[in-house]
Write a protein that binds this ligand. Structure first.
Ligand SMILES: NC(=O)c1ccc[n+]([C@@H]2O[C@H](COP(=O)([O-])OP(=O)(O)OC[C@H]3O[C@@H](n4cnc5c(N)ncnc54)[C@H](OP(=O)(O)O)[C@@H]3O)[C@@H](O)[C@H]2O)c1
Length: 288
């Protein structure tokens, strides 16, 4: 039985990883209270004590806007923390899966980003996640898998889907950004992809989101239509498209950051699932 260290065990992805453990694996969960990944000595001690056979790093500083003014901590967690885990992976000669983001790209390519495309982050969050990728590849080398993902949600917790459902129940109309395009990603599909990378020994840089593309406005529109259809909302409100310029945020986000998953789908031998199908599956769980 392989024992996999799951960092960020209390986070959105960490919880999904713990729920979807495949046959042949058990988990060694580590949350912030039990292991601060920014401490090299704590990471080393934890790995010596627990002897994991692989690491999935789902811990990260994910407050994208706050990172603009909290640069030091964002860098400590996303760069040094990832580097500490990769060094431990190298010392124990075990694989490591590092989760990263579409925000390492500037969004100006005009077509889906390939894993080998040049990075050019627009935000501190994106820059620190890119730094984390580079440290993991430098420290763990051929043991490392980088999985870049985007727009991750679940039917519970705090994310775009649950926020939209709450606001759609509370408000009489909603304005949503229509000129930023990406792909929504159900966290369970992402967790399966992480596990599959370990099981199939898929290494190197990979992209994972659900299939298809959407603007935030499209995503919100389909959330409302699906929720109405499933009886999760009892009235329709106007959802209005606005440009990002009317919703200023401290961190600049890429305009078009769709990730090309072709090589990952082939390596993992899996069928792409459209984000609208994944969304419906997720929302159906709220009906039961
Ligand atoms: N969510 C998205 O839309 C999205 C998009 C692209 C990429 N990603 C990437 O996907 C991965 C998983 O994200 P997520 O949505 O699951 O994020 P999340 O819900 O914010 O989970 C991150 C977890 O990391 C923990 N953490 C933070 N600092 C730590 C430290 N120093 N030591 C140990 N644990 C620490 C957090 O604990 P606290 O809660 O106590 O701070 C939290 O439980 C991350 O690598 C993220 O960059 C996410």
């Amino acid at each position: 039985m392989k024992q996999v260290m799951i960092t960020g065990a209390d986070g959105q992805l960490g919880k999904a990883l713990l729920e979807l453990v495949p046959d042949g694996y058990t988990t060694l969960p580590a949350n912030r209270a039990t292991l601060d990944i920014t401490s090299d000595s704590a990471v080393r001690q934890w790995c010596n004590d627990n002897k994991p056979s692989a690491i999935i790093n789902a811990a990260a500083y994910t407050a994208v806007d706050k990172a603009e003014s909290d640069t030091e901590l964002a860098s400590l967690v996303n760069e040094q923390g990832a580097g500490n885990l990769a060094r431990a992976a190298a010392e124990h000669d075990i694989p490591i899966v590092q989760v990263s983001t579409d925000f390492i790209f500037n969004g100006r390519k005009g077509s889906p980003y390939l894993p080998e495309d040049s990075a050019d982050p627009l935000s501190i969050y994106g820059a620190t996640k890119l730094g984390g990728e580079q440290l993991v590849l430098a420290e763990a080398a051929s043991r490392a898998t980088i999985i870049r993902t985007a727009w991750v949600y679940n039917e519970s917790g705090s994310n775009f889907v649950t926020t939209m459902l709450r606001l759609m129940a509370e408000r009489d109309s909603l304005s949503v950004v229509a000129d930023q395009v990406g792909t929504p990603t159900n966290v369970n599909g992402l967790a399966d992809a992480c596990w599959n990378c370990l099981a199939k020994e898929v290494r190197g840089i990979h992209h994972w989101t659900d299939a298809g593309v959407a603007s935030w406005y499209d995503f919100a529109h389909i959330i409302q239509q699906t929720a109405l259809d499933l009886g999760l909302l009892n009235r329709e409100i106007p959802v209005l498209p606005i440009p990002a310029s009317q919703y200023p945020t401290p961190a600049v986000r890429p305009t078009m950051s769709v990730l090309d998953k072709t090589s990952t789908w082939a390596a993992l031998q899996c069928e792409p699932i459209h984000w609208q199908v994944q969304l419906r599956t997720a929302l159906e769980k709220l009906v039961r």
